[in-house]
Design a binder for this molecule. Sequence first.
Ligand code: ADP
Ligand code: MG
Length: 718
Amino acid sequence: MSTNPARLSAIEAIASQPRLQGSFDFRNEKIDLIYGQNVFSLDKMEKRLPKEIFKALKSSIEAGNKLDAAVADIVAAAIKDWALECGATHYAHVFYPLTGFTAEKHDTFFEPNGNGTLAQFSGKALIQAEPDASSFPNGGLRSTFEARGYTAWDVTSPAYIFDTENGSTLCIPTAFVSWKGEALDKKTPLLRSMAAVNKAATRVLALFGKKHGYISASCGPEQEYFLIDTRLFHLRPDLYTCGRSLFGSKPAKGQEFEDQYFGTIPDRVLACMMETERECFKLGIPIKTRHNEVAPSQYEVAPIYESANVAHDHQMLTMTLLRRVATKHGFVCLLAEKPFAGVNGSGKHVNWSIGGAGVGNLLEPGHSPHENAQFLTFCSAVIRAVDLHQGLLRASVASAGNDHRLGANEAPPAIISIYLGDMLNEVIEQVKKSGSAASSRKGGHMTLGVDTLPVLPKDAGDRNRTSPFAFTGNKFEFRAVGSAFSVAGPLTVLNTIMADSLDKLADDLAAALKKNADFNSALQGVLKDILTKHGRIIFNGNGYAEEWHKEAGKRGLKNLRTTPDALPEIVAKSTVDVFERQGVLSKAELESREEIYTHSYVLTINTESKLVSDIAQTLLLPAALRFAADLTPVEKTKSGGKLRKAVIGLADELAASIDALNAAREVSKSDTHAQAKHSCDKVLPAMLKVRAAADALEEIVADEYWPLPSYQELLFLR
Ligand code: ADP
Ligand code: MG
């Protein structure tokens, strides 16, 4: 078999690469010693700050409050001294604009002195800065004449030092807002939603007579990704421009052998993983799990859960480090949701719960009837929240990339439902029925029917993979989130709708207690009411099955298949109401977000479709025609004639489909939403037609003519 020369030299290079030499060894370098070494942790703060200042800072961190200006200056000076001791030369405010990526601008610690030398700057700018932010998407919130936004240190997330080959930078995690205080980023609403959860949960817990600390939302995000050899990657313009392949015929071997999931991790990949983990450990990111995923060349990394806000920052850093370290090992880390058709895509499971000191995890079933009642209360609040805002949750995971994954028989469908597992489901059914003659009575008191809450299985292996939102023992797992996503959006939605549900529950329970002094029966009435109204969102069966789609329709659940279908939920009345009520985002802020995400969808499809057209026109069609031309001398033979005819037939099909795609691309609507619909309904199908013709050609054109590395090469060579 003769292979295209560019591909051949990439393959030869991979085949002859020298054996790996480790650059460090975890056996000599203790993880617990490097863990958090680059973080300005509470521990370091305590050592470097005056007692009073530390106390003030600590209470700000715990309650998520803004730092007092006088305290801020002293803290800034301490951070600066520490960073300089660590060898940092620059500092950067890190923020999370609505692009979904991380943004940062670096400045040195040194300023000219006026006498030709450099002096250290005072450090004040560490707490608050004014980056010229006019080029970040703001969806009309900020016109250019008032272009300034400012970034302010989020004290709940510690400063850290980011090491690179030629130097180190002090990074300050910040929130990014307009001068009027409108959120321009993903962190600000996340922080506001955390405060909302605390407030609402506190109200409910007060009715339970509970004393507790700050109630915080927690998140443990599992990240799936692909590692592809750089040399092959650079021969695929689709991969290096869009992060996903736009062409590629089905390989002879895919994932059907099921030999990949939890399989032995290849040496070269393991070395890369370990180095990524080492960088994570230095930054205090508690990475716990690594393993092979279902598709060839697909892997997963997961940390131990943390406070949602810190988990978010750490997740963004983990994505950065995955990409960075991969290149050192000759890999490219693909975080796109569906880099390859025909094998599994990548998700980011967002494990979420709420809890705090004194009460523990509020989604953990307890040991006593009282604790169980509390657990069922919080669980019912989740059920209500998800049912009422199912469309919004779907919108929180909507993107052009994730549309290729959701519902593709590997990832949950676009219909949002909750999986509870059989045991919890039974309990919930009991609560629903309670109050009827069948409910249990004990000592004259009606009980919740949960005195004997069974021990619920905790995350026993694979559970129900088809559910977008599953209860897994002591947390909910939102599985519809795409691998490239920031977890901030989904977490903000979860926290906000949960806070609102808890508020409603507190109102109802307080009202019921006024009428009926018996706590148990008052609570029972409230929960029964919630579960009767919102129980339709619970589904424990197979989410992939066609029958479920019908059944969900009957239940009135939303099936928002595509991003243009889903995004309008962000500005639906129910969303605006709940976000304004909870003080998380205003109508104007929500509108700006919806516009930015819609625009970003259009931009993505524009780029991808242009690339499909270009690759097909300038790489694939010429390859096919050259091959056909070279077949002319053998045209008279049976096989030569047949092959040439087939190639020309498909090449004609390809050419026609390129024309059709270009025509669809030229349609321009004045309204972004209409353009998004057009991209979805007309451009995407036209892209797929081009691909179908090209993939068919790939299967019959001689290998030496085909310019793009095959799926086989991309997925199996390392
Ligand atoms: P899997 O879903 O693959 O079985 P694990 O059970 O190991 O994975 O857990 C997945 C993630 O859930 C981990 O990041 C873990 O720390 C996180 N997690 C565990 N408990 C909680 C919790 N109470 N709140 C949020 N995340 C949690
Ligand atoms: Mg999981």
